[in-house]
Design a protein around this ligand. Structure first.
Ligand code: 3HC
Length: 284
């Protein structure tokens, strides 16, 4: 199961990051978006990050050029037909994910491994629409992808040992560390992280402390790089709200239920950094 060519579905925040690290690690990479405008925006984001790394002296101009030459954008599924690995990082909606996997299952040879970067949906629900449930798994990256060293490798009920081994090797080739988890909502990291973030909102809601003191507490008291409310804004209120709802549906435990303030923020369009307003205000 040698992987040399990688297809990435989606060139949003996560897809762009995954395509970037795959191209930088030496893989021929094809990233697919729904239309040229969205694709151009994603590719521009990758180029800007690479440019910044060159200007900081973290990356040579020659390595930047070689990475860019290995990275191809497309709006067609056909260009992904000869990939050894397809990584899906589109919108977190099961019907949309099932649709792209159905289309690619008909195009790619049986040897191609399919993975989803979903943070909370069930891998088996996607594997089931393909004829390759043994070559289907979860590969969960963290934001910002070029910086975060972890990848969760999610074994569905049907995933083969060979597929898991190939994904370990691929993750290591990206310079990241794999951890293994079963196909359980939230996997390892979000299962622990999401209740913690929701508890921070409950602290704020109940007037225990200010947003600044809650964040400062976890930064300086526990060495977290960002306080929980800053991290909520960074990940996106909409994203965390959606994950929390899926986890609550699965486990029915109150700790996974989104607190009322989070729902009010959703209704107000206060999605965090991406909308300019979350627990904090963002300019530009
Ligand atoms: N892309 C590429 N590089 C980036 C980046 C990005 N989007 N954002 C920051 N960086 C780089 C910077 O260039 C800088 O590199 P340098 O040290 O070589 O100059 C380095 O990261 C540090 O960045 P900054 O100095 O600008 O700022 P910070 O020191 O505050 O670091 C951070 C930023 C890396 C985002 C750090 O605050 C952090 O680790 N925060 C926590 C992130 C986290 O928890 N992510 C997981 C979220 S949960 C998730 O993704 C799962 C999903 O399912 C919800």
């Amino acid at each position: 199961m040698a992987i040399t060519k990688v297809g990435v579905l989606g060139c949003g925040l996560m897809g762009a990051g995954i395509a970037q690290v795959a191209a930088q690690a030496g893989f021929t990479t094809v990233v697919r978006e729904v239309n040229q405008a969205v694709l151009d925006k994603g590719l521009a984001r990758i180029n800007a990050i690479l440019e910044k790394d060159v200007s900081k002296g973290k990356l040579s101009a020659a390595d930047r050029d070689a990475s860019v030459a290995r990275l191809h954008g497309t709006t067609s599924f056909d260009d992904l037909a000869d990939c050894d690995l397809i990584i899906e990082a589109i919108v977190e909606q099961l019907p949309a994910k099932r649709e792209v996997f159905t289309a690619l299952d008909a195009l790619c040879p049986p040897s191609t491994i399919f993975v989803s970067n979903t943070s909370s949906l069930t891998i088996m629900e996607m594997a089931a629409v393909t004829k390759r449930p043994d070559r289907f798994a979860g590969l969960h990256f963290f934001n910002p992808v070029p910086v975060m060293k972890l990848v969760e490798i999610v074994r569905a009920l049907t995933t083969s040992d060979e597929t898991i081994a190939a994904l370990h090797e691929f993750t290591r080739a990206l310079g990241k560390t794999p951890i293994d988890t079963s196909d359980t909502t939230g996997f390892i990291v979000n299962r622990l992280l999401v209740p913690f973030l929701l508890d921070a909102v409950r602290l704020l809601e109940s007037g225990v402390a200010t947003r600044e003191d809650i964040d400062e507490g976890m930064k300086l008291g526990c060495g977290h790089p960002m306080g929980p409310l800053t991290l909520l804004d960074f990940v996106g209120i909409d994203t965390v709200y959606s994950i929390a709802n899926i986890m609550f549906d699965e486990f029915r435990e109150p700790r996974f239920a989104p607190p009322p303030l989070l729902r009010r923020m959703m209704l107000a369009g206060h999605f965090g950094r991406k909308s300019g307003q979350g627990f904090y205000k963002y300019e530009g």
